[in-house]
Ligand binder design. Structure first.
Ligand SMILES: [Fe+2]
Ligand SMILES: [Fe+2]
Length: 137
């Protein structure tokens, strides 16, 4: 399965949309490595790229939510912290169990499912806030 950024996920903020597109690209690359049963080094390298991207993106997005004075800012931040905590648990499991094929699949589906659900629930609120800001200007 290929992940994609659907029109329902476009916020209208070009930086956020570009970063979301990069997230989807990295996720699909990780998924392909898992399907290809790539080496542990390749999979871990891609997971690291995705985590780095995620952390940078969260920082940018939280600034935007704060600037827009969005009532969803705190919920968005809490959800970001929740994912980073879940990533920590998954990384501990890699350490304990090794990077089994089951765990690889679980990591991809966790990151993919979280991303799609989160963008549709929280990040999309940026679109409404940007539109309201434009109307008020
Ligand atoms: Fe977010
Ligand atoms: Fe986001």
């Amino acid at each position: 399965m290929q992940y994609e950024l659907t029109s329902a996920m476009i916020t209208g903020d070009s930086q956020i949309d570009t970063e979301h597109a990069e997230w989807v690209k990295l996720l699909n690359e990780l998924n392909q490595l898992v399907l290809d049963k790539a080496s542990d080094d390749e999979v871990i390298d891609k997971i690291s790229q995705l985590i780095d991207h995620m952390q940078l993106h969260f920082a940018h997005e939280e600034e935007i939510f704060d600037r827009l004075n969005s009532p969803f800012a705190e919920g968005d931040k809490a959800a970001h912290r929740g994912l980073l905590d879940r990533v920590d648990v998954l990384c501990e499991r890699v350490f304990d169990e090794g990077l089994t094929q089951e765990l690889r699949q679980e990591i991809v589906s966790n990151l993919g499912h979280w991303f799609v659900t989160h963008v549709c629930k929280f990040d999309i609120k940026i679109r409404d806030a940007v539109r309201d800001e434009t109307i008020a200007a």
